[in-house]
Design a protein around this ligand. Structure first.
Ligand code: AMP
Length: 112
């Protein structure tokens, strides 16, 4: 059910560039191309999951744990863990999910 015809798959394969913040075995983090807040970054899975439900249903427990630990680490690297931040994941049509590869937005750097 995962469709490789999405922009994040191409970023994962290094077919198109991204401003990368951090990378490990399970996740890749880079700046959102259309920032909605002073700090707006994305953390995407390296595994091919189309949305949150797919990720939770099909990733290993270790992968789920490591992914969320990575989200927290990126917040530390950006120093928004000191000032506060919001994490958001859009899932499905009503949410406006644009890219069908599971990802989390980290928003911060200002009052939200
Ligand atoms: P969502 O609505 O949760 O699927 O959000 C997808 C996000 O990906 C949007 O905030 C876009 O601005 C962002 N985006 C789309 N293409 C790129 C890209 N090439 N590099 C970085 N961010 C992107």
């Amino acid at each position: 059910m995962y469709n490789k015809e999405n922009i994040f798959y191409r970023i994962l394969k290094s077919e198109i560039p991204a401003k990368i913040i951090y990378e490990n075995d399970v996740a890749l983090s880079f700046y959102d191309i259309r920032p909605l807040k002073k700090i707006h970054v994305l953390v995407i899975t390296k595994g091919l999951y189309s949305n949150f439900g797919d990720f939770v249903a099909n990733a290993s427990i270790q992968e789920v744990k490591d992914f969320w630990a990575t989200v927290s680490k990126v917040a530390d690297l950006l120093e928004v863990s000191r000032t506060g931040y919001r994490i958001v994941s859009n899932n499905g049509p009503d949410s406006g999910q644009e890219v069908e590869h599971f990802h989390v937005h980290i928003l911060g750097g200002e009052k939200l």
